[in-house]
Design a protein around this ligand. Structure first.
Ligand code: HEC
Length: 277
């Protein structure tokens, strides 16, 4: 605990180099500034390679990871996600009737005017189930993570393409952005402290990954979890690291956060699912 506090204090720098204080800032200008920041900070990294997280900036762990990727630990999840995708609901319909095809992860999260909220792919999956009389799946792991792994895998080769169609959507984006730069928890740290300002630095044994490309490879198989986890599982873990109470997976807070963070990766390749330490 004492060690963590020291870390928090040394990280008590001004947030942040890329955050503009105008609340209704132009999201596209944000995205460019965000990307430029990391491209400049890590000149040796090919800009599209940020999708590989910490391995995009660390040669030593990259070699190990590339070996892991030869027999990817997420393969089983893709397979079971595929059989889940092909299963019919009790009413004879299936996911295909909701989504058309599986490779649609590049389009999410989406702003939904009718619902007045950000709809993530995970939420859309459960909306589809419930509209067809099926029980919703849990959001952090299990079948949901498997389905997302399969749908993400089917989306590989496409580029993240999140849209902000109107002022209401922009509001949700702004909330997500504020969340990202807001200090929280006992350690009083923002996401941006670790993944923007201090990306490339070590925190205990971990090298902090750059935030650019943070959403493109989820869900991930994480050795520490001993299995698959969704993006919101990771958000909760990072909130806990600073001793903040995590929000619920698919809460409004995390959906808006995902909206902001995914928009920052617009134009990068979808490479889900991923493998991480
Ligand atoms: C105290 C530092 C710290 C803070 C604050 C923090 N994280 Fe993290 N985060 C980590 C560490 C350490 C890892 C694992 C190593 C890595 O990939 O950076 C990680 C990993 C991640 C990953 C996975 C990266 C990948 O390549 O798979 C995401 C996404 C993420 N964090 C998002 C967030 C968000 C969103 C917030 C704010 C709610 C946040 N983090 C706050 C330390 C932090």
């Amino acid at each position: 605990m004492r060690k963590l506090l020291t870390i928090a204090m040394t990280f008590g720098l001004a947030v942040s180099t890329v955050y503009s204080t105008t609340v209704l800032a132009d999201a596209e200008a944000d995205r460019k500034a965000f990307k430029d920041y990391f491209v400049k900070k890590f000149p040796e990294t090919d800009p599209n390679d940020f999708i590989n997280g910490v391995y995009s900036i660390d040669k030593a762990s990259r070699a190990q990871w590339e070996e892991i990727e030869e027999f990817p630990p997420y393969e089983i999840a893709i397979d079971s996600g595929e059989s889940e995708w092909n299963k019919s609901f009790a009413n004879g319909k299936g996911y295909k009737d909701c989504f058309g095809k599986a490779g649609v992860a590049d389009q999410y999260p989406q702003w939904d005017d009718g619902k007045g909220k950000v709809v993530t792919l995970a939420l859309a999956i459960n909306d589809c189930r419930e509209a067809n009389g099926e029980k919703p799946l849990k959001y952090k792991k299990g079948k949901m993570a498997d389905l997302l792994a399969y749908m993400g895998y089917q989306t590989r080769g496409k580029k993240v393409n999140v849209k902000i169609p109107n002022a209401k959507a922009q509001e949700a984006y702004d909330k997500g952005k504020q969340f990202y730069y807001a200090r929280r928890g006992q350690l009083n740290m923002a996401c941006a402290h670790c993944h923007v300002d201090n990306s490339g630095m070590r925190i205990r044994a971990d090298l902090l990954s750059p935030a650019l490309g943070h959403t493109t490879h989820f869900p991930v198989y994480r050795s520490k979890w001993g299995g698959m986890g969704t993006l919101h599982r990771r958000f909760a873990g990072c909130n806990k690291q600073v001793r903040a109470k995590p929000f619920k997976a698919q809460s409004e807070e995390y959906r808006n956060l995902e909206y902001f963070l995914t928009f920052m990766s617009n134009g990068l390749d979808v490479n889900a699912p991923g493998a991480r330490k």
